[in-house]
Design a protein around this ligand. Structure first.
Ligand SMILES: [Zn+2]
Length: 114
């Protein structure tokens, strides 16, 4: 192998190393973009999860409010009035006249509903 050939080979290797170094820089850039994107997605995911939990809590609170505002609600008032007017509201004799007697089933039902 002549000195000239050796010199050419070394020169080729220099070029290749330069290209590899460039590619390495490229890859580093892409990797840091990927890590930034991953971080951004994690933050977004965390944010969305807490929003979802908040929405779920609000929904449950709403349900409780609706339930409590319905009892004693209009339905209870109507049944209590019906009982006062002398009719059964229990599921045993519902809608039939009470004949001036208190009905234990009706009273129990009213207490339960209240
Ligand atoms: Zn009754």
């Amino acid at each position: 192998m002549s000195k000239r050939q050796i010199f050419d080979q070394v020169s080729d290797m220099e070029t290749q190393i330069g290209e590899l170094y460039e590619q390495l820089g490229d890859l580093k850039g892409k990797l840091s973009h990927l890590l930034e994107e991953k971080h951004r997605l994690e933050m977004e995911n965390h944010h969305l999860r807490s929003r979802l939990e908040q929405a779920d809590d609000d929904f449950k609170e709403n349900e409780v409010v609706n339930e409590t505002s319905n009892i004693p609600g209009e339905g209870y008032d109507n049944l209590a009035r019906l009982y006062e007017e002398g009719f059964h509201i229990c599921n045993v004799h519902f809608g039939t006249p009470r004949r001036e007697e208190d009905c234990l089933f009706c009273l129990e039902f009213l207490n339960k509903t209240k």
